[in-house]
Ligand binder design. Sequence first.
Ligand SMILES: [Zn+2]
Length: 317
Amino acid sequence: MSKIIYEYNDDTLNYDRVYSSVGQQVWMAIKQLALGIIIGGILFYVADYAFDSPIKKQLKKENKLLLTQYQLLSRQVDKKEEIVAELEDRDDNLYRSAFNAEPIPATIRRPGIGGSDRYEHLLTLSNSDVVVSTTAKVDMMSKQLTVLSKSYDELADMVKTRDLRVKCVPSISPVSSKYNKGIISGFGMRFHPVLKYKRPHKGVDLNANAGTPIQATGDGKVEFVGWQGGFGNVVVINHGFGYKTRYGHCREMKVQAGEIVKRGAVIATVGSTGTATGPHCHYEVLVRNEQENPAKYFFMNLTPAEYEKMLFDSENK
Ligand SMILES: [Zn+2]
Protein backbone atom coordinates (compact mmCIF):
# COMPACT_ATOMS: atom_id res chain seq x y z
CA MET A 1 0.00 0.00 0.00
CA SER A 2 1.33 3.43 -0.91
CA LYS A 3 1.41 6.15 1.69
CA ILE A 4 -1.34 8.78 1.48
CA ILE A 5 0.35 12.16 1.48
CA TYR A 6 -1.41 15.33 2.70
CA GLU A 7 -0.15 18.90 2.29
CA TYR A 8 -1.25 22.00 4.41
CA ASN A 9 -3.11 24.61 2.38
CA ASP A 10 -2.59 28.13 3.74
CA ASP A 11 -5.59 29.47 1.85
CA THR A 12 -8.14 26.98 3.02
CA LEU A 13 -6.38 26.26 6.28
CA ASN A 14 -6.91 22.59 5.56
CA TYR A 15 -4.86 19.51 4.71
CA ASP A 16 -5.34 18.58 1.04
CA ARG A 17 -4.58 15.13 -0.26
CA VAL A 18 -1.66 15.02 -2.70
CA TYR A 19 -2.21 12.62 -5.60
CA SER A 20 1.03 11.17 -7.13
CA SER A 21 1.67 11.09 -10.89
CA VAL A 22 0.86 8.00 -13.07
CA GLY A 23 4.60 7.27 -13.41
CA GLN A 24 5.04 7.30 -9.67
CA GLN A 25 2.04 5.03 -9.21
CA VAL A 26 3.41 2.46 -11.75
CA TRP A 27 6.83 2.51 -10.13
CA MET A 28 5.21 1.99 -6.74
CA ALA A 29 3.24 -0.98 -8.12
CA ILE A 30 6.39 -2.59 -9.55
CA LYS A 31 8.23 -2.19 -6.23
CA GLN A 32 5.32 -3.75 -4.35
CA LEU A 33 5.13 -6.65 -6.83
CA ALA A 34 8.88 -7.32 -6.56
CA LEU A 35 8.67 -7.27 -2.79
CA GLY A 36 5.72 -9.67 -2.96
CA ILE A 37 7.68 -12.09 -5.17
CA ILE A 38 10.71 -12.03 -2.85
CA ILE A 39 8.65 -12.58 0.28
CA GLY A 40 6.58 -15.29 -1.49
CA GLY A 41 9.76 -17.07 -2.67
CA ILE A 42 11.30 -17.04 0.82
CA LEU A 43 8.08 -18.36 2.34
CA PHE A 44 7.92 -21.12 -0.34
CA TYR A 45 11.47 -22.32 0.34
CA VAL A 46 10.99 -22.23 4.08
CA ALA A 47 7.76 -24.20 3.74
CA ASP A 48 9.35 -26.64 1.28
CA TYR A 49 12.27 -27.22 3.63
CA ALA A 50 10.12 -27.62 6.71
CA PHE A 51 7.18 -29.51 5.24
CA ASP A 52 7.35 -32.10 2.36
CA SER A 53 4.83 -31.89 -0.40
CA PRO A 54 2.53 -34.93 -0.72
CA ILE A 55 4.40 -36.04 -3.90
CA LYS A 56 7.76 -35.68 -2.20
CA LYS A 57 6.50 -37.61 0.79
CA GLN A 58 5.22 -40.37 -1.51
CA LEU A 59 8.56 -40.53 -3.40
CA LYS A 60 10.53 -40.71 -0.16
CA LYS A 61 8.28 -43.53 1.05
CA GLU A 62 8.69 -45.42 -2.23
CA ASN A 63 12.46 -44.92 -2.15
CA LYS A 64 12.67 -46.37 1.35
CA LEU A 65 10.51 -49.31 0.31
CA LEU A 66 12.66 -49.96 -2.77
CA LEU A 67 15.83 -49.92 -0.67
CA THR A 68 14.32 -52.46 1.77
CA GLN A 69 13.18 -54.58 -1.17
CA TYR A 70 16.69 -54.48 -2.73
CA GLN A 71 18.28 -55.47 0.58
CA LEU A 72 15.84 -58.38 0.87
CA LEU A 73 16.52 -59.39 -2.72
CA SER A 74 20.25 -59.26 -2.10
CA ARG A 75 19.92 -61.63 0.88
CA GLN A 76 17.76 -63.99 -1.19
CA VAL A 77 20.32 -63.96 -4.00
CA ASP A 78 23.02 -64.88 -1.43
CA LYS A 79 20.96 -67.88 -0.30
CA LYS A 80 20.34 -69.01 -3.91
CA GLU A 81 24.06 -68.60 -4.57
CA GLU A 82 24.75 -71.11 -1.78
CA ILE A 83 22.40 -73.58 -3.49
CA VAL A 84 24.09 -73.01 -6.87
CA ALA A 85 27.52 -73.56 -5.25
CA GLU A 86 26.25 -76.82 -3.75
CA LEU A 87 24.95 -77.92 -7.19
CA GLU A 88 28.32 -77.04 -8.76
CA ASP A 89 30.10 -79.09 -6.12
CA ARG A 90 27.82 -82.08 -6.72
CA ASP A 91 28.22 -81.67 -10.47
CA ASP A 92 32.04 -81.80 -10.26
CA ASN A 93 32.51 -84.31 -7.47
CA LEU A 94 29.59 -86.66 -7.92
CA TYR A 95 27.95 -86.58 -11.34
CA ARG A 96 30.94 -85.72 -13.51
CA SER A 97 33.29 -87.87 -11.47
CA ALA A 98 30.88 -90.85 -11.83
CA PHE A 99 31.41 -90.54 -15.59
CA ASN A 100 35.11 -89.86 -15.21
CA ALA A 101 34.57 -86.43 -16.78
CA GLU A 102 36.92 -83.62 -15.80
CA PRO A 103 35.60 -81.09 -13.28
CA ILE A 104 34.76 -77.71 -14.82
CA PRO A 105 37.46 -75.14 -13.94
CA ALA A 106 36.47 -72.27 -11.62
CA THR A 107 37.44 -69.73 -14.31
CA ILE A 108 34.63 -71.11 -16.47
CA ARG A 109 32.15 -71.61 -13.64
CA ARG A 110 32.72 -68.07 -12.27
CA PRO A 111 34.06 -65.87 -15.06
CA GLY A 112 34.80 -62.17 -14.60
CA ILE A 113 31.81 -59.99 -15.49
CA GLY A 114 32.63 -57.40 -18.17
CA GLY A 115 34.47 -54.14 -17.50
CA SER A 116 34.20 -51.78 -14.54
CA ASP A 117 31.84 -49.48 -16.45
CA ARG A 118 29.27 -52.24 -16.84
CA TYR A 119 27.16 -50.86 -14.00
CA GLU A 120 28.10 -47.20 -14.52
CA HIS A 121 24.54 -46.24 -15.40
CA LEU A 122 23.43 -47.44 -11.95
CA LEU A 123 26.00 -45.40 -10.03
CA THR A 124 23.92 -42.22 -10.20
CA LEU A 125 21.11 -43.84 -8.21
CA SER A 126 20.76 -43.16 -4.52
CA ASN A 127 21.63 -46.44 -2.76
CA SER A 128 23.66 -47.45 -5.83
CA ASP A 129 25.82 -49.82 -3.68
CA VAL A 130 23.07 -52.31 -3.04
CA VAL A 131 21.64 -51.97 -6.57
CA VAL A 132 25.04 -52.57 -8.22
CA SER A 133 26.04 -55.45 -5.94
CA THR A 134 22.66 -57.20 -6.34
CA THR A 135 22.71 -56.75 -10.12
CA ALA A 136 26.27 -58.10 -10.28
CA LYS A 137 25.31 -61.14 -8.18
CA VAL A 138 22.31 -61.90 -10.39
CA ASP A 139 24.50 -61.56 -13.52
CA MET A 140 27.08 -63.95 -12.06
CA MET A 141 24.42 -66.45 -11.06
CA SER A 142 22.88 -66.50 -14.51
CA LYS A 143 26.34 -67.31 -15.95
CA GLN A 144 26.83 -70.08 -13.37
CA LEU A 145 23.43 -71.56 -14.23
CA THR A 146 24.27 -71.53 -17.94
CA VAL A 147 27.47 -73.51 -17.25
CA LEU A 148 25.58 -75.93 -14.99
CA SER A 149 22.90 -76.44 -17.60
CA LYS A 150 25.55 -77.20 -20.27
CA SER A 151 27.24 -79.65 -17.91
CA TYR A 152 23.91 -81.44 -17.33
CA ASP A 153 23.38 -81.65 -21.12
CA GLU A 154 26.82 -83.24 -21.37
CA LEU A 155 25.95 -85.69 -18.56
CA ALA A 156 22.68 -86.56 -20.33
CA ASP A 157 24.72 -87.45 -23.43
CA MET A 158 27.03 -89.55 -21.25
CA VAL A 159 24.02 -91.44 -19.86
CA LYS A 160 22.86 -92.10 -23.43
CA THR A 161 26.29 -93.49 -24.38
CA ARG A 162 26.69 -95.39 -21.11
CA ASP A 163 26.25 -98.84 -22.70
CA LEU A 164 28.90 -98.05 -25.29
CA ARG A 165 31.14 -96.70 -22.57
CA VAL A 166 30.77 -99.88 -20.49
CA LYS A 167 31.94 -101.87 -23.53
CA CYS A 168 34.88 -99.55 -24.26
CA VAL A 169 36.38 -98.66 -20.90
CA PRO A 170 39.24 -101.11 -20.12
CA SER A 171 37.98 -103.46 -17.44
CA ILE A 172 39.68 -106.85 -17.66
CA SER A 173 43.23 -108.12 -17.38
CA PRO A 174 45.04 -108.31 -20.72
CA VAL A 175 46.22 -111.80 -19.74
CA SER A 176 43.35 -114.18 -18.97
CA SER A 177 43.36 -115.55 -15.42
CA LYS A 178 43.94 -119.08 -16.74
CA TYR A 179 47.40 -118.02 -18.02
CA ASN A 180 48.16 -115.16 -15.66
CA LYS A 181 50.82 -116.02 -13.08
CA GLY A 182 50.35 -112.74 -11.19
CA ILE A 183 51.88 -109.30 -11.08
CA ILE A 184 55.67 -109.29 -11.05
CA SER A 185 56.09 -105.52 -10.96
CA GLY A 186 53.46 -103.02 -9.87
CA PHE A 187 52.67 -99.40 -10.59
CA GLY A 188 54.82 -96.54 -9.24
CA MET A 189 58.53 -96.12 -8.41
CA ARG A 190 60.19 -99.51 -9.02
CA PHE A 191 63.70 -100.89 -9.20
CA HIS A 192 64.33 -101.70 -12.85
CA PRO A 193 65.80 -105.25 -13.05
CA VAL A 194 67.81 -104.51 -16.21
CA LEU A 195 68.74 -100.83 -15.76
CA LYS A 196 69.46 -101.44 -12.01
CA TYR A 197 67.96 -98.20 -10.66
CA LYS A 198 64.65 -96.93 -9.36
CA ARG A 199 62.35 -95.20 -11.82
CA PRO A 200 58.63 -94.68 -12.28
CA HIS A 201 56.91 -97.76 -13.66
CA LYS A 202 53.81 -96.49 -15.43
CA GLY A 203 52.10 -99.85 -15.82
CA VAL A 204 51.96 -103.36 -14.36
CA ASP A 205 54.00 -106.37 -15.49
CA LEU A 206 51.94 -109.52 -15.76
CA ASN A 207 53.81 -112.77 -15.54
CA ALA A 208 52.89 -115.31 -18.26
CA ASN A 209 54.61 -117.80 -20.52
CA ALA A 210 55.90 -116.67 -23.90
CA GLY A 211 53.22 -117.04 -26.54
CA THR A 212 50.32 -116.57 -24.14
CA PRO A 213 47.50 -114.61 -25.85
CA ILE A 214 47.16 -110.91 -24.90
CA GLN A 215 43.59 -109.66 -25.14
CA ALA A 216 42.09 -106.21 -25.73
CA THR A 217 40.75 -105.01 -22.38
CA GLY A 218 37.89 -103.01 -23.92
CA ASP A 219 36.35 -102.29 -27.33
CA GLY A 220 38.33 -99.80 -29.36
CA LYS A 221 40.44 -98.99 -32.36
CA VAL A 222 44.06 -100.09 -32.71
CA GLU A 223 46.06 -96.86 -32.80
CA PHE A 224 49.61 -98.14 -33.00
CA VAL A 225 51.40 -101.41 -33.73
CA GLY A 226 55.20 -101.36 -33.77
CA TRP A 227 58.46 -100.99 -31.90
CA GLN A 228 58.78 -98.50 -29.02
CA GLY A 229 62.34 -98.60 -27.58
CA GLY A 230 62.59 -100.47 -24.26
CA PHE A 231 58.98 -101.63 -24.53
CA GLY A 232 59.84 -103.67 -27.66
CA ASN A 233 56.82 -104.62 -29.72
CA VAL A 234 53.89 -102.51 -28.61
CA VAL A 235 50.17 -102.36 -29.35
CA VAL A 236 48.18 -99.24 -28.41
CA ILE A 237 44.38 -99.28 -28.44
CA ASN A 238 42.27 -96.13 -28.31
CA HIS A 239 39.00 -96.91 -26.50
CA GLY A 240 37.44 -93.46 -26.83
CA PHE A 241 36.04 -91.57 -23.80
CA GLY A 242 39.64 -90.51 -23.03
CA TYR A 243 40.97 -94.06 -22.52
CA LYS A 244 43.92 -95.77 -24.16
CA THR A 245 45.77 -99.00 -23.33
CA ARG A 246 49.34 -100.00 -24.15
CA TYR A 247 50.68 -103.55 -24.26
CA GLY A 248 54.49 -103.98 -24.32
CA HIS A 249 57.22 -106.63 -24.83
CA CYS A 250 54.91 -108.55 -27.21
CA ARG A 251 56.27 -111.47 -29.22
CA GLU A 252 53.76 -111.55 -32.06
CA MET A 253 51.35 -108.85 -33.20
CA LYS A 254 47.90 -110.11 -34.17
CA VAL A 255 46.32 -106.79 -35.25
CA GLN A 256 47.07 -103.84 -37.48
CA ALA A 257 46.73 -100.11 -36.84
CA GLY A 258 43.22 -98.90 -37.64
CA GLU A 259 41.59 -102.22 -36.82
CA ILE A 260 38.45 -102.21 -34.65
CA VAL A 261 38.70 -104.71 -31.80
CA LYS A 262 36.26 -106.07 -29.24
CA ARG A 263 37.06 -106.72 -25.59
CA GLY A 264 38.68 -110.14 -25.29
CA ALA A 265 40.01 -110.17 -28.90
CA VAL A 266 43.57 -111.51 -29.11
CA ILE A 267 45.79 -108.64 -30.23
CA ALA A 268 49.28 -110.05 -29.56
CA THR A 269 51.17 -112.74 -27.64
CA VAL A 270 53.39 -112.44 -24.57
CA GLY A 271 57.10 -112.08 -25.29
CA SER A 272 60.23 -110.40 -23.96
CA THR A 273 61.07 -107.94 -26.74
CA GLY A 274 62.74 -104.64 -25.74
CA THR A 275 64.27 -104.33 -22.27
CA ALA A 276 62.93 -107.39 -20.42
CA THR A 277 64.48 -110.11 -18.27
CA GLY A 278 61.83 -112.65 -19.22
CA PRO A 279 58.45 -113.03 -20.92
CA HIS A 280 55.76 -110.78 -19.46
CA CYS A 281 53.10 -108.31 -20.56
CA HIS A 282 53.77 -104.68 -19.65
CA TYR A 283 50.29 -103.15 -19.51
CA GLU A 284 49.36 -99.48 -19.20
CA VAL A 285 46.01 -97.69 -18.91
CA LEU A 286 46.07 -94.05 -19.97
CA VAL A 287 43.28 -91.69 -19.01
CA ARG A 288 43.53 -88.54 -21.11
CA ASN A 289 47.15 -89.46 -21.87
CA GLU A 290 48.14 -89.89 -18.19
CA GLN A 291 48.97 -93.36 -16.91
CA GLU A 292 46.86 -94.67 -14.03
CA ASN A 293 47.31 -97.87 -12.04
CA PRO A 294 45.90 -100.46 -14.49
CA ALA A 295 44.95 -102.73 -11.61
CA LYS A 296 42.04 -100.39 -10.91
CA TYR A 297 40.70 -101.41 -14.34
CA PHE A 298 40.74 -105.18 -13.79
CA PHE A 299 37.40 -105.28 -12.00
CA MET A 300 35.44 -107.45 -14.44
CA ASN A 301 35.64 -111.25 -14.08
CA LEU A 302 37.28 -111.00 -10.64
CA THR A 303 35.76 -111.82 -7.26
CA PRO A 304 36.08 -109.00 -4.72
CA ALA A 305 38.81 -111.02 -2.92
CA GLU A 306 40.77 -111.57 -6.15
CA TYR A 307 40.43 -107.89 -6.99
CA GLU A 308 41.70 -106.84 -3.55
CA LYS A 309 44.75 -109.14 -3.86
CA MET A 310 45.52 -107.96 -7.37
CA LEU A 311 45.27 -104.28 -6.33
CA PHE A 312 47.52 -104.98 -3.32
CA ASP A 313 50.10 -106.69 -5.57
CA SER A 314 49.98 -103.82 -8.06
CA GLU A 315 50.93 -101.40 -5.30
CA ASN A 316 53.45 -103.57 -3.46
CA LYS A 317 55.23 -105.79 -5.96
ZN1 LIG B 1 56.66 -102.96 -17.18
